[in-house]
Design a protein around this ligand. Structure first.
Ligand code: SF4
Length: 244
């Protein structure tokens, strides 16, 4: 019997990328293999899962971690699946739990809900068993930070993810983003497929991170559009509404 630790479950709007505004059930998994400087998420494994009982109420029920997969499905079924566009696996980095997800996702799909994966795009080997189960992949391209670079991992991840019809890339940009890294990101995407939708997301100010100036964002969008066909600037919108 497989178990999965979950930090949060809630029903809210998707706040990022091309699916902004659709209603989703969010399942936040603990743990991450990265330490991005702008991270606004508590990623450590919590002893208890918090589940928001009424969407937007900030009233939670708590369950001990980890959860048996069938019990977790029963918790999700408390939400009306028909009113939700999809189930979003977010984190942390959900692919750290790829073995468990390969067992759990078919149970959810049997109930008719689409599967949306948010991932930092650095663990391509963990994607294989999940690829046939995913309906939408939101893959980050992480520009290098603290001496860490991910181009090789991103390249392999991109090639695999392209098999999923609804696949897009998100790049978070700040006022310290380097042109040389932006150039590498553009070349990476253009070499694989210039049709891949690419979202430029100005960072939400957290701690010392500062978003780029509006003019800078437009210049970078112009630059991406020289090689790519579908490039949009979309900030995090759920923050504006105070949504989870
Ligand atoms: S990949 Fe996401 S969850 Fe992990 S540290 Fe970066 S922003 Fe935070």
């Amino acid at each position: 019997m497989l178990y999965l630790p979950i930090n949060e479950i809630f029903s809210s709007i998707q706040g990022e990328g091309p699916y902004v505004g659709v209603r989703q059930i969010f399942l936040r998994l603990p743990g991450c293999n990265l330490t991005c400087p702008y991270c606004d998420t508590f990623v450590d494994k919590l002893p208890r899962l918090s589940m928001e009982v009424i969407p937007g109420s900030r009233t939670f029920q708590y369950y001990d971690n980890p959860l048996e997969l069938k019990f977790l499905l029963d918790l999700l079924l408390k939400f009306n699946f028909v009113r939700h566009h999809s189930l979003s696996f977010t984190g942390g980095e959900p692919l750290l739990w790829n073995r468990e997800l390969a067992q759990f996702i078919p149970l959810v799909k049997e109930k008719g809900l689409k599967i949306y994966l948010e991932t930092n795009g650095t663990l391509p080997d963990r994607l294989d068993s999940l690829l046939p189960l995913l309906d939408i992949i939101s893959m980050d391209i992480k520009l290098p930070f603290n001496g860490q670079v991910f181009w090789n991992e991103h390249c392999r991840f991109l090639i695999k993810s392209k098999q999923v019809k609804n696949f897009f890339i998100k790049i978070v940009l700040s006022n310290t983003s380097q042109f040389s890294d932006i150039k590498t990101a553009r070349e990476l995407i253009a070499d694989i497929d210039p049709d891949i939708p690419t979202i430029l997301q100005p960072v939400t100010a957290v701690r010392e991170t500062v978003p780029p100036k509006p003019r800078q964002m437009l210049e970078w969008q112009d630059y991406f559009l020289e090689s790519l066909k579908n490039v949009r600037i979309i900030p995090q919108t759920h923050i504006l509404q105070g949504q989870l």
